[in-house]
Design a binder for this molecule. Sequence first.
Ligand code: ADP
Ligand code: TRP
Length: 325
Amino acid sequence: MARILTGIQSSGKPHLGNLLGAIKPAIELSQNKNNDSLFFIADLHALTTVKDAELIKNHTQAVAAAWLAFGFDTDKNIFYRQSRIPEVTELTWYLNCFTPIPMLQNAHSYKDKADKLSDVNAGLFTYPVLMASDILMYDADFVPVGKDQQQHLEMTRDIARSFNHYYNEEVFVIPEVKIDQAVMTVPGTDGQKMSKSYGNTIDIFLPEKKLRKVVLGIITDSTPLEDPKNPDTCNVFALYKLLGTHGQVKDMRANYEGGNYGFGHAKQALFELIMDEYKTERELFNSFMENPAELENRLQQGEAKARKIGHKVLNRVRKVVGFKS
Ligand code: ADP
Ligand code: TRP
């Protein structure tokens, strides 16, 4: 039996990058009967960037609805909100005491956010330690994430190893990162990594008209309609390639290279592909958003199950550091 664990921040509505990079591959792993899975909403992490309580609530609901719309089985697995297991912050403290400051200073994600955001708080800096705690508290074996999280996972492994080494005991399971090679990094509407923090996301759950507007807003160059175009440098094609079948992608490449095919045409085709591909998920998402009591119920069930596992691991830690006999 292998344990799979991953989290998504509730700092915004889930976008195509989250869905392809994290939610879909994680759900596929959870469907293997030899795995048990813990998937959670990282609302404590979200607070590093979002302070508006209503927004956090709405986004938490949307992230939960997205997991369920994509078919996560919350009876067989464990689905919860990070903040409802406050013991994770206790473990974070222990781990803080085993985390060298230079390791945190070298985090790409921190450096990137510190350059871009006006609110550079200590939570952003210690973010990777809370993430290590999320993972180590449940003895996770595999953590499916997008490529941007690879360094955070390496930090988790380093922190766990140095803790185990210090106490000369296998207190923590050393987790392995799982990155879907076919997806890697989904580009946003501006060609950078798609991210809630950069305002370049495609939210596939938007009402049809709004979704179309977002897709038509993808940045392209100004090659005239009649000229041949290079698909491999185009943001629209990069997204199309991730969703289309082999045949669809081949045809789209031919359209680009043949000329007389504008970026507007490609965007319309991408929009139609999204609407088609995610028809069922869009309907399910809306029905869950209209039924917050159902979401709440499933999350509370998961919280009780998560807490049981977390307590066991935390007690191992409390003992080894000398706080409990
Ligand atoms: P964001 O960068 O939008 O704040 P999160 O940090 O909450 O997204 O990411 C949640 C999960 O989605 C992580 O596993 C992350 O690696 C994955 N993910 C986020 N953006 C992308 C992307 N553009 N491409 C692939 N995976 C992504
Ligand atoms: N930091 C992750 C992200 O931004 C979200 C996250 C928090 C997470 N804790 C985690 C992912 C634990 C995997 C495991 O994408």
